[in-house]
Write a protein that binds this ligand. Structure first.
Ligand SMILES: Cc1cc2nc3c(=O)[nH]c(=O)nc-3n(C[C@H](O)[C@H](O)[C@H](O)COP(=O)(O)O)c2cc1C
Length: 152
């Protein structure tokens, strides 16, 4: 895990429509409306496992929690999940996020191009974190209930 802080958090919610910008950026995200009463981790970029309840499949993910300051001037916090291993859209579905580690702070980038460059690095970092001992331990929790399988 080197110096990357581990995160112990789990969030469940329903996938809703976002601004529709993600696909054009090359990072389509599932925007999560967290269940009422959820404790949402502080704004940042995270690695985590994404459990799609309709299929029982656990996906590898990178999660952005924040106000998307590169594009928005509002303080509204969005929870957005980018799945590394599927281009499916999850609209209306129930999804669980098992956080593994915090990757970096959210940044107001000078351009969308700079954001995309950083997001590519985030996904590489996230892959390494998911494969770490801590990542595998969190996966055991995500796979915990019968019927869950890991995405290939
Ligand atoms: C890996 C990753 C890293 C991100 N990092 C940032 C960031 O540092 N700053 C930012 O403003 N938005 C960041 N975002 C959020 C994007 O701004 C957001 O996904 C994009 O605007 C699409 O929003 P939409 O789904 O509402 O269309 C990140 C998203 C991903 C997937």
């Amino acid at each position: 895990m080197d110096d990357t802080p581990a995160v112990h958090a789990h969030l469940t919610g329903t996938v809703v429509h976002g601004a529709g910008r993600g696909r054009a950026l090359g990072f389509p995200t599932a925007n999560l409306a967290a269940d009422p009463g959820s404790r949402i981790p502080p704004s940042a970029i995270y690695s985590g496992w994404v459990v799609r309840h309709s299929t029982g499949v656990v996906h590898r993910g990178t999660i952005s929690i924040g106000s998307n300051p590169t594009f928005c001037d509002t303080a509204d916090v969005h929870v957005e999940v980018y799945c590394h291993d599927t281009s499916d859209e999850f609209y209306g579905e129930r999804v669980g996020v098992w956080f593994v580690a915090r990757i970096r702070a959210t940044v107001k980038f000078a351009s969308p191009k700079d954001l995309v460059r950083a997001a590519r690095q985030d996904v590489l970092r996230s892959e390494a974190l998911l494969a770490s001992d801590h990542g595998r331990r969190v996966l055991t929790g995500a796979l915990g209930t019968p019927g869950k399988t890991l995405s290939r």
